[in-house]
Write a new protein. Sequence first.
Length: 170
Amino acid sequence: MGTADLVRSALTGNPDGREALARAWFARVYGAALARTGNAADAEDLTQETFLRAFRQLGRLRRPSRFGPWILQIVRNASHDAHRRRHGTTFLSHRAASRLQAPAETETSDVIPAWRDLDEDQRLVCWLKIVDGMPFRDIGELLGSSKSAVYRVYRSGLERLRKQVCHVEL
């Protein structure tokens, strides 16, 4: 069953339809949340908040085939809202905020400290490509971008990671 069919099933109010939609999209939503937050606990909270908002607003989704970009926008909005709640109304980019905070003891920071220096788009595209193994074409469709634009973001993200990792003392 495709995403559009899962959305239609969830729109009927069928709990099984909602569960199937959440299961189908959990890994991608969690990955996007982890790419935005940099730690597993916050990513879990953000994933839960995203699905709560998505199911409350599902009736507003005009085109079920555009569920992917729609839910990723919810991840982004929920992340911004959480940041504002924690740090006041002024929003700093994740990159700027990470420089103001002590490094968190997280799985992501243990594995790739440089991940936090990627901008939001680079983190998401690199996550979807490297961790989820999505083809550039699918990432482009998901984000509403061309395959070549996604590839450029991916390459620039990898280059930034290489520069950061090369400066890390072993």
